[in-house]
Write a protein that binds this ligand. Structure first.
Ligand code: CMC
Length: 435
């Protein structure tokens, strides 16, 4: 990397340090602080990484002020309109969109890996029937490593490739099995004549006793949901995957750690939380109670947040939220649910929030999760599966980022430092003499 400028730090009693400044293709420049500690004995302090670029990446770009999201340079709106999910997977992994032949080969490779080892099915019976599917996903995806000891050499590109195919192909099977176990229905084997998303819907909603009829509107909507969630640069779960992978951990362990992080309500769990929030408002009286709810959100002592609103990076409308709102409308229309009360409530709540000084001054806009729960619920997907679906979509992003990290010559084990403010050295008083 060639420096485009320098930044000078003055510290101590007038000492200075010059640090190189690098520019990306778009987005903010970065100050390279790697030499800082060695030369000055100082650390930087940045909890939550508000100002820290943890890596260089060519995969996803977000302009949070303008509300722009691009995968490999392509705007999310165009990808959602023109591509299917596996095309987007190809793009994220390989950097270019596939031609027809490449797509055919890629789809066929994914399809070949959709089944899971029969022994893996036995894992499920170790869980309680009411286990949250995300708890099951964390365990089962991590356990995949135990089945593929032959291909866990992360320095071997072929091993990395086959692991990527296995993860992308098996996540829908594993997620659908978590659901089937929960409702006490038999697991459905994948049917490889179907496309990726139809296959997932059949494994979720089909039963062996009946033919499953694919609804193309719902499949297209779910495929679009997968595209919108496929990657989002260095978010919490992706950074978790990169950090786990930086130690040389195998890809199944890394993706499992990403799933664990995604589960949190401030991250992927927000769609579940947003829908539960709408249910609560609905129970208390619906649209008429929005004012009361918003007042509670604004009261810092209440601990209540407007779920599905706000984002670390977007200080404008999340472009995914716009597409998700459109998709929600399409699905509700296709299902004859034009008057869905939750959708109406969500739109009314959004309107009130967007006109309220609290949200305006903090640049809080709807994020992808504000509408995604409504559309998934309308499709018959149970609330507890929402984050699972997010995780199966994000798996490709995690793998692309993990691969990029492994191929990066500047990659080192992730090892942040700290500002220690605990006790200074002291001596242990034996228990008998402690007051
Ligand atoms: N409701 C009410 N107030 C909020 C909200 C919200 N949803 N989000 C942020 N604020 C307030 C926050 O209290 C703070 O106020 P003040 O300046 O008075 O202290 C200000 O806005 C800035 O917020 P922040 O917490 O410093 O922002 P952050 O970047 O640390 O957090 C966030 C981002 C997404 C965790 C947060 O906005 C949030 O908790 N939102 C609700 C959960 C949610 O919808 N998450 C999904 C994110 S998108 C999908 C994904 O990436 O997984």
């Amino acid at each position: 990397m060639e420096a485009k400028g320098k930044a000078t730090l003055t510290y101590g009693d007038g000492k200075t340090l010059e640090m190189p400044v690098y520019g990306g293709t778009i987005g903010p420049d970065v100050v390279d602080i790697r030499a800082l500690y060695g030369k000055t004995g100082l650390f930087t302090y940045d909890p939550g990484f508000l100002s820290t670029a943890s890596c260089g990446s060519k995969i996803t770009y977000i302009d949070g002020d303008a509300g722009v999201l691009m995968y490999r340079g392509y705007p999310i709106e165009q990808l959602a309109q023109h591509c299917d999910f596996l095309e987007v997977c190809y793009l994220l992994l390989k950097g270019e969109l596939p031609n027809a032949q490449q797509k055919k080969e890629f789809d066929s490779m994914v399809t070949k890996h959709t089944m899971v080892h029969e022994q893996l099915a036995r894992f499920y019976s170790g869980f309680r029937r009411d286990a949250h599917p995300m708890a099951v996903m964390v365990g089962v995806v991590g356990a995949l490593a135990a089945f593929y000891h032959d291909s866990l050499d992360i320095s071997n590109p072929e091993h990395r490739e086959v692991s990527a195919f296995r993860l992308i192909a098996k996540l829908p099977t594993i997620a659908a099995m978590a659901y089937k176990y929960n409702v006490g229905q038999p697991f459905m084997y994948p049917k490889n004549g179907l496309d990726y998303t139809s296959n997932f819907m059949r494994m979720m909603f089909g039963v062996p006793a009946e033919e499953y009829e694919v609804n193309p509107v719902l499949v297209r909507a779910l495929d679009r949901i997968l595209i919108l969630h496929a990657d989002h640069e260095q978010n919490a779960s992706t950074s978790t995957v990169r950090l786990a992978g930086s130690s040389g951990a195998n890809p199944f362990a890394c993706i499992s750690s990403g799933i664990a992080c995604l589960w949190g309500p401030a991250h992927g769990g927000a769609n579940e939380a947003a829908l539960n929030m709408l249910y609560d408002i609905q129970k208390q009286g619906g649209v008429a109670k929005i004012g009361e709810f918003v007042a509670k959100v604004k009261d810092k002592n209440s601990g209540v947040k407007l779920m599905g609103f706000g984002h670390r990076v977007y200080k404008n409308y999340d472009p995914r939220a716009k597409l998700m709102q459109e998709t929600t409308r399409e699905v509700l229309d296709a299902l004859g649910l034009h008057d869905d009360p939750l959708f109406k409530l969500a739109m009314a709540l959004e309107k009130v929030a967007l006109e309220d000084e609290y949200f305006v001054s903090r640049k809080l806009y709807p994020n992808v999760d504000f509408y995604s729960g409504i559309v998934q619920r309308a499709m018959g997907i149970p609330v507890s599966m929402f984050t699972c679906i997010f995780s199966l979509a994000r798996t490709v992003g995690w793998i692309a980022q993990w691969n990029e990290m492994i191929s990066d010559p500047e990659q080192k084990i992730g090892r942040p430092r700290q500002l220690y403010n605990g006790a200074t050295r002291r001596d242990v008083v034996p228990l008998a003499r402690r007051g």
